[in-house]
Design a protein around this ligand. Structure first.
Ligand SMILES: Cc1cc2nc3c(=O)[nH]c(=O)nc-3n(C[C@H](O)[C@H](O)[C@H](O)COP(=O)(O)OP(=O)(O)OC[C@H]3O[C@@H](n4cnc5c(N)ncnc54)[C@H](O)[C@@H]3O)c2cc1C
Ligand SMILES: NC(=O)c1ccc[n+]([C@@H]2O[C@H](COP(=O)([O-])OP(=O)(O)OC[C@H]3O[C@@H](n4cnc5c(N)ncnc54)[C@H](OP(=O)(O)O)[C@@H]3O)[C@@H](O)[C@H]2O)c1
Length: 454
């Protein structure tokens, strides 16, 4: 039986014959995850994983360590170690780890309840365009529960075309009009979309909760909602020191929306809840792959570097410092290794503080730390960078050094860019245009690199 839904149609049950065409690894994940098992039980099906591992075929990596880095306060930042020794995966210092997480089971259950659907029904979503190379938008057949847990994004703000489709399934006239207005291109519609969806941060579950007469069929939602995307993390270890283990440093995302709902980040909460090794239990596993990046140390260790990474922006620099420390211990000539790190308080969120101070003691690292909330007036890494204009110019202007920025894209990275431009003008006697050209050249020579997110 087929139900046609625009470009995709839903084949209902009895479709297991097509299972044979699904790659073994993905099938294993689907079968295991479809049973809604706890992450650690995945161990049982791991022998069937087939190399090579990549974006389409993630490796179910055992998690060796998941420990809290913050000492105080109500926030959480995790140091996590993934074992890649059996995978033939390789990484270079500065690469990204990509993680396929799953949506929280209570959000999926809520979606099922709000749409009066049976989440354990098995479906197959088939592309009606027979010439398309992509037969299914995600591995099929699977249960609705699997589709909404692993493959579909149910936590972002839905786009306007989704709202337009939702209006078709809304019986209350006021609610229907609201959805139609928000999906329109009128100024009033755009303003309402901005305030009710974006500012109030409503996802599909929140919309169905707040518009109770809206009852879309789940199969149509499968077609409408975007795919759940992998999350990327800057690898915080050196591949030279840890070729078989990948470290990441991930801050837990949790915040209250203007409608009073507690929103929990998909991947970081998955890491927090399902990826913690427990004594006497098999190691938990998570689907990962490695993404190559351009964020790399200079080939010659003698080249001086400045790294600017407040908060989790420290992540890739931990790997950089490990690598420079190793080079120094091997007797290689290592240039200045200068780090600007910032956090709220020494006793609260000073990430890897002991490690950093050991590197300072052994001569590997020159460290500038800004504790933003220890003084009446905030101190940021950018303030320290401005104060150290001579050192900055010596590295980037006089000794051909490299400058790296990691972390917050919204404010910090822009502030750093402006400060560097100002220092180039002042210390290098350049006009703003010449400084801009100098910075551009640094970027093309990979002497100014940013690994930022917002
Ligand atoms: C190249 C790259 C490297 C990265 N490296 C790291 C890293 O080393 N460590 C790290 O912790 N993260 C890193 N990130 C961010 C990471 O990829 C995820 O975006 C982050 O962990 C959140 O994922 P999540 O699934 O838990 O949250 P999601 O479910 O994706 O929710 C996050 C979204 O919630 C919203 N949001 C978050 N906080 C608030 C708030 N306070 N108020 C309102 N809305 C909010 C924002 O829209 C945000 O996009 C990196 C990102 C990129 C692109
Ligand atoms: N997209 C996401 O889901 C996501 C997830 C994680 C992090 N992030 C973003 O990534 C960034 C780092 O997050 P984090 O939790 O690791 O760090 P954090 O703890 O929020 O910040 C680290 C330090 O940087 C300071 N800081 C704030 N604004 C700054 C600026 N403009 N310039 C320099 N320093 C500044 C902070 O000071 P004060 O706090 O005292 O002002 C704090 O001392 C944040 O911008 C955060 O929004 C986004």
């Amino acid at each position: 039986m087929f139900i046609k839904v625009n470009t995709f149609r839903i084949k209902l049950p009895k479709m297991w014959y097509s299972v044979a065409s699904i790659p073994v690894t993905i099938l294993s994940i689907v079968l295991c995850l479809g049973r809604n098992c706890a992450a650690y039980k995945i161990t049982q099906i791991c022998p069937s994983q087939v190399r090579p591992f990549d974006v389409k075929n993630p490796y179910l990596a055992p998690i060796l360590v998941n420990r809290e880095l913050y000492k105080e306060g109500n926030r959480s930042c995790m140091h996590i170690e993934f074992d890649i020794s059996d995978s033939k995966l390789r990484y270079d210092t500065g690469d990204h780890l990509a993680l396929y997480a799953r949506n929280q089971s209570d959000s999926v259950a809520r979606l099922g309840k709000l749409t009066d659907a049976d989440l354990d029904q098995i479906i197959s979503l088939v592309n009606t365009d027979e010439d398309s190379s992509k037969k299914h938008p995600f591995p099929c057949p699977c249960s609705y529960r699997t589709a909404f847990s692993y493959y579909l994004d149910i936590t972002s703000n839905p786009r306007t075309h989704v709202l337009k489709e939702l209006a078709e399934y809304t019986t209350d006239l006021k609610e229907k009009e609201k959805l139609i207005l928000m999906s329109s291109t009128s100024a009033e519609g755009k303003a309402l979309y901005q305030s009710w969806i974006v500012n109030d941060n409503r996802n599909i579950v929140h919309i169905l909760e707040d518009l109770p007469s809206c009852k879309p069929p789940l199969d149509h939602l499968c077609e409408l909602l975007p795919r759940l995307q992998p999350r990327y993390y800057s690898i915080s270890s050196s591949s030279k020191l840890y070729p078989n283990v990948v470290h990441i440093t991930a801050v837990l995302v949790e915040y209250t929306t203007p409608t009073g709902r507690l929103n929990k980040g998909v991947a970081t909460n998955y890491l927090k809840i399902h990826c913690k090794p427990e004594p006497g239990q098999p190691l938990p596993r998570a689907p990962i792959f490695i993404r190559k990046s351009q964020f790399k140390l200079p080939t010659r260790p003698s080249v001086p570097i400045i790294m600017i990474g407040p908060g989790t922006g420290l992540a890739p620099f931990r790997g950089f410092i490990q690598e420079r420390d190793l080079a120094r211990s091997e007797g290689k000539g290592v240039g200045d290794t200068i780090l600007y790190f910032g956090c709220r308080r020494r006793d609260e969120d000073y990430l890897y503080g002991n490690e950093l101070e050991e590197y300072v003691k052994n001569g590997t690292l020159k460290l500038h730390v800004a504790f933003s909330r220890e003084t009446a007036k905030k101190v940021y890494v950018t303030h320290l960078l401005e104060q150290n204009a001579d050192e900055l110019w010596r590295v980037i202007g006089e000794t051909n050094g490299h400058l790296y920025v990691c972390g917050d894209a919204k404010n910090m990275a822009k502030d750093v860019h402006n400060i560097v431009s100002k220092v180039i003008q002042e210390k290098g006697n350049m006009t703003p245009e010449q400084a801009a050209a100098y910075l551009k050249k640094m970027e093309t020579q990979k002497r100014y690199s940013a690994d930022v997110w917002s």
